[in-house]
Write a protein that binds this ligand. Structure first.
Ligand code: F6R
Length: 616
């Protein structure tokens, strides 16, 4: 949902801002813009509709914008269509020359209409349809009304604005400085070598600095070269600890792969291994580091998993694993539903929220809803220091590294592993698994990375099959139990990347309506990784074949009888059936990837999407 960068230092700002934006383009890519201040204190704003490369060309890679102070933005439209006018930065006057405040914004201002009317009453006029222009003008209004400095003016605006925002502002009368403010939308500030960097996310500044500060909700910061001061809404200085970022620079680059999506699919063995290693010591699970001691685990008698999108699909798979191994009741819910449903939560419930970014607005709101009722929360999260990580009672970090492609792959896989380990630990503590039984399962999970490598080695076959189906109109994924959970993820991957309509169905449910959509040549992909459900799902697939469907079956080596019924088979290695999602998803990620590339679409940045959904 929009990416923000800022820089104050001795080097030329524009190339650094463009480079930072290129790492944040996954957050929005319908337009972009820069505002850079030169040594004579002239501020120039350049904006461009479309991908970042248009802005890059327009500014000659940043060279046409001299100056060492600047802000930049890549947009995912909320208010107002994607256009050069609506692109950020926005200014407090009619043009940059008659403006005292220039700013970029990430988030959504809910009471923008009311604020707009207020500003119109005070003779402000508007050139764009954005809520950001309103925020910039509101700060300008308070600056002049009370004749105060930027921090006081921003604080007054923050009190009036409802919604979420990360704001980075330059003030004409404050050369060499940028002011930022934050509520709900992410923002980090890095200081290194006498220079200061601002960004919505770590990859944007990883190349330049490792020491970062996380600005908290309803805080502001005054940024100079190599220096930052934080303030609360009262204007008092707030002390903060610096965090060292451990991700390596290569992790945020393509490293020879054509797309981040493919690179991240290949990073899954590492993401799985690293996550597992962080939770297991000498072959035994050890969650004491995250506060989940035996007594704490014992205190919960039910689990509520809350998440969005693919993270919710992880929850769907985890539900089967938890209930089967630990015999603890689990409910899985979409965060956007949970937060408005007035859920009934017993005090012995553990709410587990799952999120790669740690910033998803609905998931964060669900976490807060649970906490406000005194319910303990555990976050499975990938981004260190993200809002969800900071607010949850317990945090289990997945070690997937930075995920740049908009559609998740490696974070999904790392999340699955985290839930397996938790399920085993809950089962062990509840006495449903012996120490040895738990160890056996952990040993089995340790085989997953090599098995994923094996699947990746055989990707040419998937590529061939994908090329045959790149013109498909509809695709159905069917499965039962965990296979249903995998179907949900496989279907989302296919539709969000390739724009082919696809649906996931619990295999037994198809004939209750949706089978009427199956016609000659419709591709039906059956997930057949669960031995005791194998025949049932095959029967449901055969019902589709009788109506003209072309069948692809995905099962484990050994189930060669599947070829009697299906037209094309993908075999995957065997692992304990509870963990089979970790293997089955990989060929289906590859399938979605290859179809998308064959159709010539941008696999890393599908249309209309943004990686971090910080609006509800
Ligand atoms: C799909 C995808 C999304 C995310 C969802 C939640 O490929 O990536 O469905 O899973 O937006 O995002 P996080 O995990 O950041 O909360």
């Amino acid at each position: 949902m929009c990416g923000i960068v800022g820089f104050v230092g001795k080097k030329a700002a524009a190339p650094i801002l463009l480079d930072g934006l290129s790492k944040l383009e996954y957050r929005g890519y319908d337009s972009a813009g820069l505002a850079v201040r030169d040594d004579n204190n002239n501020i120039e704003v350049v904006k461009a509709k479309g991908r970042l490369k248009v802005l890059f060309e327009k500014t000659n890679g940043g060279e046409s914008l001299p100056g060492c102070v600047g802000i930049g933005h890549t947009r995912w439209a909320t208010h107002g269509e994607p256009s050069e006018t609506n692109a950020h930065p926005h200014v407090s006057g009619n043009s940059v020359d008659d403006s005292d405040v220039i700013g970029v914004h990430n988030g959504i201002i809910e009471n923008y209409q009311e604020l707009r009317e207020k500003l119109i009453r005070h003779k402000y006029t508007f050139y764009s349809q954005t809520d950001t222009e309103i925020a910039v003008k509101l700060v300008d209004y308070y600056l002049k009304k009370y004749n105060v400095g930027p921090i006081d003016a921003i604080a007054k605006a923050m009190v009036r604005i409802r919604g979420s925002y990360a704001l980075a502002l330059m003030f004409k009368d404050y050369p060499g400085e940028i002011f930022v403010a934050r509520k709900e939308s992410p923002m980090i500030i890095g200081v290194e070598g006498g220079e200061t960097y601002i960004a919505s996310d770590v990859p944007a500044i990883l190349k330049y600095c490792r020491s970062v500060y996380y600005i908290d909700n309803l805080e502001m910061a005054r940024i100079k070269a190599g220096n930052v001061e934080f303030y609360n809404l009262d204007g008092d200085i707030v002390e903060k600890e610096v965090t060292e970022i451990e991700w390596d620079v290569e992790a945020a680059e393509k490293n020879g792969y054509e797309h981040f999506t493919m690179k991240e699919i290949h990073e899954q063995p590492k993401a799985v291994r690293d996550t597992l290693n962080s939770l297991v010591k000498d072959g035994r699970i050890d969650l004491s580091g995250i506060g989940l001691t035996k007594d704490v685990v014992n205190s919960f008698s039910q689990i509520q998993i809350v998440a969005c999108g693919s993270a919710w699909h992880v929850g769907m798979a985890a539900q089967y694993v938890f209930e089967d191994l630990a015999r603890i009741p689990v409910r899985v819910e979409l965060a956007s539903e949970f937060r408005y449903r007035r859920p009934i939560l017993n005090p012995d419930t553990l709410v587990i929220v799952i999120s790669q970014s740690g910033e998803t607005a609905d998931t964060l709101a669900a976490l807060r809803e649970a906490k406000s009722r005194g319910i303990k929360t555990l976050a499975i999260v990938n981004v260190v220091g993200s809002s969800i990580a900071r607010e949850a009672d317990f945090v289990l970090y997945t070690l997937a590294g930075p995920e740049i492609a908009v559609a998740t792959t490696k974070a999904y896989s790392a999340q699955l592993i985290a839930t397996y380990v938790l399920a085993i630990e809950f089962a062990r503590v509840a006495g449903r698994l012996t120490e040895d039984g738990a160890k056996e399962l952990i040993d089995d999970i340790y085989t997953i990375p090599d098995k994923i490598e094996k699947i990746l080695d055989d990707k040419d076959r998937i590529q061939w099959f994908a090329s045959k189906y790149s013109n498909a109109k509809d695709v159905f994924f069917v499965g039962r139990g965990i296979d249903y959970a995998i179907s949900l993820e496989a279907s989302l991957k296919l539709k969000e990347l390739s724009y082919i309509h696809s649906e996931a169905y619990a295999a037994g449910e198809l004939k209750h309506g949706s089978i009427s959509l199956v016609e000659d040549g419709t591709l039906v992909i059956g997930l057949l990784t669960q031995d005791e459900l194998f025949e049932k799902t095959v029967s449901n697939m055969v019902e589709c074949k009788a109506r003209g469907a072309y069948l692809m079956g995905l099962t484990s080596y050994g189930h060669y009888e599947v070829e009697d019924n299906v037209d094309f088979t993908v075999y995957i290695p065997k692992v304990n059936p509870h963990f089979q999602a970790s293997l089955a998803v990989v060929p289906l990620q590859l399938f979605a990837y290859y179809i998308t590339v064959a159709k010539g679409y941008d696999v890393d940045k599908p249309r209309n999407l943004a990686k971090s959904v910080t609006v509800e």
